[in-house]
Design a protein around this ligand. Structure first.
Ligand code: SAH
Ligand code: SF4
Length: 410
């Protein structure tokens, strides 16, 4: 059974005011220095107090997870009012929350247009497992790249998400799972038995995170800030189709775990499947992987490999994969292809996937086959009310399938 909560009517009234209604700049997604500058520039805080106020606000926003200034009890009433007059900290509108029988949750969030002409909607998926809970986050609405097996690739880029919107996915998911102090986890929720409800995040939702580098960097540095959200960088994985110059920058400036959407082991095939390969061919990609800082057996790069029938699933391909990754500390994630209407590809037969996995295992690589999660909410999403602002149903199905199948191993 699927539980689907439509929060547009009743529930939404109980939620913090929607960002769509807010025109004030948000404090979420600003670095400490930017926040200090904004507070002083607005005349809300004198310069000499800025550092101390930023510390206070940081704690309320990212440790306590409050979404209204009125809840910041150790800040004077006058200052809270001044902050509320100039700045926003509200959560985005939750258009819908769906919960699968296996505990997978999916939120449809709505953000203001910010130049895109109309409000945008994106999905965020939560996957609970034994001992960990993974949140799959989007970085763009649509994608400029055109990987031929990916449905997002057939959609135009609507716009980049801001650092605030990237973080808002994490903050709102933590609200809904009771993953902040003083919050209750909803009755019956499937979450890890101990520890944090969201212990890992993967940038594997919609979009190419390295084509939105600055916003992704800002958001991930805030997510991993030890005095705030405090997620270890070892538990954050960024997935890229292979934007080579930004892979170097990711290693130097962000330092999170890396996943590469590889999908082919020779340039001819990868040019077809992942066309950014024409710009950054395999040799350059693997060189960037080898140079990724801090790699060891305990800190490996994940290579994602979608299993496409008669395209990239032969034992020759498996051999090519082993040869290509020689000497790179690597994990291989085999992802059964999720078909979408209009695609020419098919998922490899189960037998073939198992043989491929066995070959790779025998060569000494862990190669889990990603089992699909939350199948029932994929089916159920056809039950969403139609709305001109919503993504087309086929787009949503493909995105959900991708997020759930592609989630990482971090
Ligand atoms: N744009 C980034 C991150 C998002 S894609 C990237 O390409 O890495 C997350 C993963 O899902 C990627 O490995 C992507 O190649 C894979 N994927 C895309 N479409 C898929 C499909 N139809 N079936 C299975 N996996 C898919
Ligand atoms: Fe974009 Fe990733 Fe899809 Fe390629 S696989 S089109 S990079 S979202």
């Amino acid at each position: 059974m699927t539980l689907s909560l439509d929060l547009t009517a009743e529930g939404a009234r109980a939620m913090p005011r929607s960002l769509a209604a807010e025109e004030k700049p948000s404090l979420i997604g600003l670095s400490r220095a930017e926040m200090a500058e904004a507070l002083v520039a607005a005349g809300v805080v004198p310069e000499r107090q800025a550092k101390m106020r930023v510390q206070q606000l940081w704690h309320w926003l990212y440790v306590r997870g409050v979404s209204e200034f009125s809840q910041m009890f150790n800040i004077s009433k006058d200052l809270r009012a001044a902050l509320a007059e100039h700045f926003a900290i509200a959560r985005p509108e939750i258009v819908e929350e769906q919960i699968s029988t296996d505990g997978t949750r999916k939120w449809l969030f709505r953000f203001p247009p910010r130049g895109a002409g109309r409000p945008v909607e994106i999905e965020t998926v939560y996957i609970p497992e034994e001992g960990r809970g993974t949140l799959c986050i989007s970085s763009q609405v649509g994608c400029t790249l055109t990987c031929s097996f990916c449905h997002t690739g057939t959609q135009k880029l609507v716009r980049n998400l801001t650092a605030e919107e990237i973080l808002a996915q994490l903050l709102t998911a933590r609200d809904r799972l009771g993953d902040f102090p003083d919050r209750d986890t909803p009755a019956g929720a499937i979450v890890p038995a101990e520890g944090r409800k969201i212990s890992n995040i993967v940038m594997m939702g919609m979009g190419e995170p390295l084509y939105n580098f600055e916003a992704v960097k800002t958001a991930l540095l805030i997510a991993s800030d030890g005095d705030g959200l405090a997620l270890s960088k070892r538990r954050i994985t960024l997935s890229t189709s292979g934007v080579v110059p930004e892979i170097y920058r990711t290693g130097e400036e962000i330092g999170v775990m890396l996943a590469i959407s590889l999908h082919a082991t020779n340039d001819d095939l990868r040019d077809l499947l992942v066309p950014i390969n024409k710009k950054y061919p395999l040799k350059d990609l693997i060189e960037a992987c080898r140079a990724y800082p801090g790699l060891s057996n305990a800190k490996r790069i994940t290579f994602e490999y979608v299993m496409l029938k008669d395209v990239n699933d032969s034992i020759e391909d498996a051999k090519g994969l082993i040869k290509l990754l020689k000497g790179v500390p690597a994990k291989i994630n085999l992802i059964p292809f999720n078909p979408w209407p209009g695609t020419n590809y098919q998922c490899s037969d189960w037998d073939t996937i198992e043989k491929f996995a066995d070959f790779i295992n025998n060569a000494g690589y862990a190669s889990p086959i990603r089992t699909p999660r939350g199948r029932d909410i994929l089916a159920a999403c056809g039950q969403l009310k139609s709305d001109s602002e919503r993504m087309r149903r086929v787009d949503r199905l493909a995105l959900e399938a991708m997020m759930i199948a592609g989630h990482g191993e971090a």
